[in-house]
Design a protein around this ligand. Sequence first.
Ligand SMILES: [Zn+2]
Length: 73
Amino acid sequence: MKRPRQFGPLPHVRYRPELQFCPHFGAPLADSHPVWAKPVQFLTGVEHLTNLGYRCGNPACPFPRTVDRSARA
Ligand SMILES: [Zn+2]
């Protein structure tokens, strides 16, 4: 049986959304939760990437459940 690949300790890179403010309300976005996290193999090496989800920090926003994430990630 094929054994899972061992990467060892990896450099951690965290991606945040490109938007800093809610497009509906203009309030600053607040850190909510990591959307996904996994090791990614590039031609130049391996990094452990985390894509962080942000939500509108204003409780009066009409879209409080919308999660903004990084397009680059
Ligand atoms: Zn909002």
